[in-house]
Design a protein around this ligand. Structure first.
Ligand SMILES: [Zn+2]
Ligand SMILES: [Zn+2]
Length: 238
C-alpha cells in the first residue's frame, strides 16, 4: 500500500499542516482542513476518493469534510463512477450535521450517494477492496475516538487517530506492516517516551510513522530504527 501524508501536524503545530493521510490514492485517513487542495497537488481528483475514515470529531480531523462535500455535491458527483463511503465512530454523522448545518451538501443519511459506517470497538466493514477494522482508543472522554486497521493488497496499515497509550493501540498495531502513530503530547496523547516504549514492544516488521506531532522533542526519535517522522507530502509504503 502507498501512503501519502497530507499533513503531519496537530492542532497547535504551526508550520506543518494538520494530520491526515491518503492510502493507495483512494482512501482518506481523516479529513483535515487542507485535504482538498492537497489532493489536487498530489494529482488525485477528489471523485477518486472511495472511502473517508474519520477517527473522531475534533476539528483538525474533520475540518475538511464540509469543503470536500461542497466540492462533491456541486462539482464532482456527475463524474463519480464509484460511490463514496464514510466510516467513523458512532454519532459522526450527527456531529457533521451540526458542523455543516442543514445544507444539502451533507446528504440525508439514507441518500445512496454516501454510505455511512458508524461503529465502535470491534466493528469492521469492507469497501472498495479494503477491509477496515475499528478500535476504540482512549482520547477525549467527551467523545468516541477510533483507530483503524486497513487490510488491502496483502498489507496492513494501522492508523491510531488521536489516543493516549492504551491497550487498544497494542491490539491495533498487531501484525501491521505500518503503524501511523500520533504523538500529540499532552494528557490525551502519546508523548515521545511512549513512542519509544511502543517501538521496543513491536516487532521490527512493523514500521512506525509518527504524525500529529510538535517539533519540540522530536529529536528523541530521529535515527531510531523502525521509526520515521511523517513529513507533509511525504510518501511511505507498506
Ligand atoms: Zn488531533
Ligand atoms: Zn483529537
Amino acid at each position: 500500500m502507498r501512503l501519502d501524508c497530507l499533513g503531519s501536524g496537530n492542532a497547535f503545530s504551526f508550520g506543518r499542516y494538520w494530520s491526515g493521510f491518503l492510502l493507495d490514492r483512494h482512501i482518506l485517513l481523516d479529513c483535515p482542513p487542507q485535504t482538498l487542495p492537497h489532493l489536487f497537488q498530489l494529482g488525485v481528483p477528489s471523485e477518486e476518493i472511495d472511502l473517508m475514515l474519520l477517527s473522531h470529531a475534533h476539528s483538525d480531523h474533520i475540518g475538511g469534510v464540509d469543503l470536500f462535500l461542497l466540492d462533491a455535491v456541486y462539482r464532482t458527483w456527475p463524474r463519480r463512477t464509484r460511490p463514496l463511503a464514510v466510516g467513523g465512530p458512532p454519532g459522526i454523522y450527527d456531529r457533521l450535521r451540526e458542523v455543516i448545518g442543514e445544507s444539502e451538501r451533507l446528504p440525508p443519511r439514507d441518500d445512496t450517494r454516501i454510505t455511512w459506517f458508524e461503529g465502535g470497538d470491534g466493528a469492521s466493514f469492507e469497501w472498495a477492496g479494503a477491509t477496515v477494522e475499528c478500535f476504540e482508543v482512549e482520547h477525549d472522554p467527551a467523545l468516541t475516538s477510533l483507530g483503524f486497521r486497513v487490510h488491502a493488497g496483502g498489507s496492513v496499515v494501522a492508523y491510531s487517530g488521536d489516543t493516549r497509550p492504551c491497550a487498544a493501540v497494542e491490539r491495533l498495531a498487531e501484525g501491521a506492516d505500518l503503524l501511523v502513530l500520533e504523538c500529540g503530547v499532552g494528557t490525551y496523547h502519546f508523548d515521545w517516551p511512549d513512542v519509544l516504549a511502543l517501538r521496543s514492544r513491536l516487532p521490527a516488521s512493523t514500521e512506525i510513522v509518527v504524525t500529529h506531532y510538535p517539533d519540540e522533542g522530536a529529536d528523541a526519535v530521529r535515527g531510531v530504527p523502525g521509526v520515521r517522522l511523517a513529513e507533509d507530502f511525504g510518501m511511505y509504503e507498506a
